[in-house]
Design a protein around this ligand. Structure first.
Ligand code: ADP
Ligand code: MG
Ligand code: MG
Length: 252
């Protein structure tokens, strides 16, 4: 489904990702862990199509097509969901209006008809309940004055509505309390199925107590230096990153 080959990425001429390889098959959940500054968010941002990142080598294909060649909307229309670390605020645009247009844009790209108002309303109701969000949020301006937990719920609502084939989530340690982590885990677990894949970027093992990944990868200094199953996450929680860094330094 997603294939990353020898990906090299610079920011302001500094090499951040230095040859990253990753293959994600349908139905798999992959977790990327690693010490601060190792390039985890850079990877998520490159997949999201953010512009300040310069890809100098390698490739990323999604279902055989060049992902890096697609603009941000195209990525969403093809079924890639990219949650942002800091979702934008759009004053004056209600959350409902934003979500409706996002859903219809993706439907249109898939060759499906726009949802009738009544069906859209039904869908919004169903998914807001799924993420445990109060219906009142839908009337508020997008993200304006939302608390961290509310932003997270809103992001998970977007994911639930868009039903992507692949979701990339960047869960930083900053500002995410245990309740927010549980929201993420709860929605991911509800959406998990044989055809949908997730790439979950996370600093702490904590989230992986709630979402059991199929594969865990450790990113150090712009490369995946170790991969394993969920027990690798437990070992990192227990022993930290120093032992992996040591192994990685020896391999250089
Ligand atoms: P992680 O998410 O693993 O903590 P990041 O991908 O955020 O790591 O950062 C990797 C490196 O790239 C760090 O050294 C960071 O300072 C640098 N970096 C990230 N984003 C930018 C940016 N927009 N401009 C300059 N340097 C950046
Ligand atoms: Mg960081
Ligand atoms: Mg980060």
């Amino acid at each position: 489904m997603l294939s990353i080959k020898d990906l090299k990425v610079n920011i302001e001429d500094k090499a951040i990702l230095r040859g990253l390889n990753l293959d994600i098959k349908p139905g798999e959940i992959h977790a990327i862990m690693g010490p601060n500054g190792s390039g985890k968010s850079t990877l998520a941002n490159v997949l999201a199509g953010r512009e300040e990142y310069e890809v100098t080598d390698g490739s990323v294909t999604f279902e055989g097509e060049d992902l890096l060649d697609m603009d941000v909307d195209e990525r969403a229309q093809k079924g890639v969901f990219l949650a942002f670390q800091y979702p934008v605020e759009i004053p004056g645009v209600s959350t409902a209006t934003f979500l409706k247009s996002a859903v219809n844009a993706v439907r249109e790209a898939r060759g499906e008809e726009e949802l009738k108002s009544i069906d859209m309303l039904k869908l919004l109701r169903e998914k807001t309940a799924m993420v445990g969000m109060d219906q009142k949020f839908l009337q508020r301006s997008l993200n304006e004055g939302f608390s961290g937990g509310e932003k997270k719920r809103n992001e998970m609502l977007q994911m639930a509505l868009l039903e992507p084939k692949l979701a990339v989530l960047d869960e930083t340690d900053s500002g995410l309390d245990i309740d927010a982590l549980k929201i993420v885990a709860d929605v991911v677990n509800q959406m998990r199925d044989a055809n949908r894949s997730f790439l979950i970027v996370t600093h702490y093992q904590r989230l992986l107590n709630y979402i059991v990944p199929d594969h865990v990868h450790v990113l150090v200094n712009g490369r995946i230096v170790k991969s394993g199953d969920k027990s690798l996450a437990l070992k990192l929680e227990d022993q930290g990153y120093d032992w992996v860094k040591g192994e990685a330094a020896l391999a250089e």
